[in-house]
Design a protein around this ligand. Structure first.
Ligand SMILES: Nc1ncnc2c1ncn2[C@@H]1O[C@H](COP(=O)(O)OP(=O)(O)O)[C@@H](O)[C@H]1O
Ligand SMILES: [Mg+2]
Length: 304
C-alpha cells in the first residue's frame, strides 16, 4: 500500500486552474499559460505522503532551488519566470510559489551520482554495474566514484518506485540526440553543484533533475531545467567532515523520519497495508532543523 494518507484539496484561486497534486507540489495554470508550482510542507517516505507536515519545508525547497537555478543559469536554461504570488492566492503561498514555463516534461528522472549508495549500491553488489555502467571492484557504501555517472530512472506515479534504466533504454524512449543532451546537462550541472557544495563542507552524493521542452520545440537544444533542483528532497547531501565509506552516511534529509517510521516506537509496518501514523513533534522539529541547516550551509545565509 502507498500513496497519500490524506489527499490534499487544491486551493481556489481566481484565474488559476488546478492541474495536478504531486507528492509535494500543487500545480496550477495561470491566465498567461504559465505553470504555478506551489511547494507544500508535505513530506514523503517509503512511497507514502505522510499525514504530518514539516513547517517551512516547501519554502526552504523553493528558496534553495531559486538559489541554485541562478548559479547554474549559464549551464542550463531553467523554467522559472518569477516568484510572485498570484493575486488572490492564500497568504501562505508566499515564498513557496514559482511561476514557471509550462513544459512538455521528458519522462526520465535524470540522476547523477558521484558516490555509491542506495539503489546504485544495490545494483553494484549484484553485478558491479549501475544502470548497466561497469564500475571498478572494491567500492563500498559511500565510496566516491572515479567520475560522476549518469544513472537515469523512469518516473513513477505517486506510490510507485522509480526504476533505474540503462542509457540505451533512455535513448530508445526519447531519441539519441535528446538522451545525449540529457546526460551532458545532468553531468555538467551535477559537477558544478558538487564543487560549490564541497566548498561549503557538503558532499553531493547524488541528485535528480527533470527536464522539459518548451511546448512545440522538441529539439534537444530546447531542453530546459525544470522542477526543483539540488534540494534535500531531490539529492543526497552528506556532511563532508563525517564522510566515511563502508557504512551508511548521515544526511541532510528525511533520515529521522525514516528511522522513526521503521522503529518500534512508530508501531508501523512499512510492508503492511496500514497507512503511516502522524510523526511526533520531536521528529518534525529535528527534520525541519535538517532542512534549515542544508539551506544555511549551502547558501551561507540565515533562514529567516
Ligand atoms: N516547468 C514544468 N512544466 C511542467 N511540469 C513540471 C515543470 N516543472 C516540474 N513539473 C512537474 O511538476 C510536478 C512537481 O510536483 P511534485 O510534487 O514534485 O511531483 P512528484 O510527486 O512527481 O515528485 C512533477 O510531476 C514534475 O514533473
Ligand atoms: Mg518531485
Amino acid at each position: 500500500m502507498s500513496g497519500f494518507v490524506e489527499k490534499p484539496k487544491p486551493a481556489q484561486v481566481p484565474g488559476l486552474v488546478h492541474l495536478h497534486t504531486g507528492k509535494v507540489r500543487d500545480l496550477y495554470r495561470d491566465d498567461a499559460g504559465n505553470l504555478v508550482m506551489v511547494a507544500s510542507d508535505r513530506i514523503s517516505a517509503y512511497d507514502w505522503v505522510l499525514p504530518t507536515e514539516i513547517p517551512d519545508k516547501g519554502r526552504i525547497l523553493t528558496q534553495l532551488s531559486l538559489w541554485w537555478f541562478d548559479l547554474l543559469a549559464d549551464l542550463a536554461p531553467h523554467h522559472v519566470v518569477s516568484a510572485e504570488v498570484p493575486a488572490g492566492a492564500p497568504a501562505d503561498w508566499a515564498g513557496r510559489t514559482l511561476i514557471c514555463r509550462d513544459l512538455d516534461m521528458v519522462p526520465v528522472e535524470c540522476v547523477a551520482r558521484g558516490y555509491l549508495t542506495g539503489s546504485g549500491l544495490a545494483e553494484y553488489r549484484e553485478s558491479r554495474t549501475v544502470c548497466g555502467l561497469a564500475l571498478p571492484e572494491g567500492l563500498e557504501d559511500g565510496s566516491e566514484l572515479p567520475s560522476p555517472i549518469f544513472t537515469p530512472a523512469t518516473k513513477a506515479e505517486v506510490g510507485e518506485h522509480d526504476e533505474n534504466v540503462s542509457y540505451e533504454e533512455v535513448a530508445r524512449r526519447v531519441g539519441a540526440e535528446t538522451a545525449a543532451m540529457l546526460r551532458q546537462l545532468t553531468l555538467a550541472v551535477y559537477s558544478r553543484a558538487r564543487d560549490i557544495a564541497r566548498e561549503r563542507g557538503i558532499l553531493l552524493a547524488d541528485t535528480k533533475f527533470e527536464f522539459g521542452f518548451a511546448k512545440g520545440e522538441a529539439g534537444a537544444a530546447g531542453l530546459v531545467l525544470a522542477d526543483e533542483v539540488l534540494t534535500p528532497d531531490s539529492s543526497r547531501f552528506w556532511p563532508a567532515d563525517t564522510w566515511q565509506p563502508g557504512r551508511a552516511q548521515p544526511s541532510f534529509d528525511k533520515q529521522y523520519v525514516r528511522d522513526w517510521l521503521t522503529s518500534p516506537a512508530s508501531g508501523w509496518d512499512r510492508h503492511g497495508t496500514t497507512p503511516p501514523p502522524e510523526l511526533p513533534a520531536e521528529v518534525v522539529e529535528r527534520t525541519r532543523a535538517k532542512y534549515v541547516e542544508a539551506y544555511e550551509r549551502l547558501t551561507g545565509t540565515k533562514w529567516a
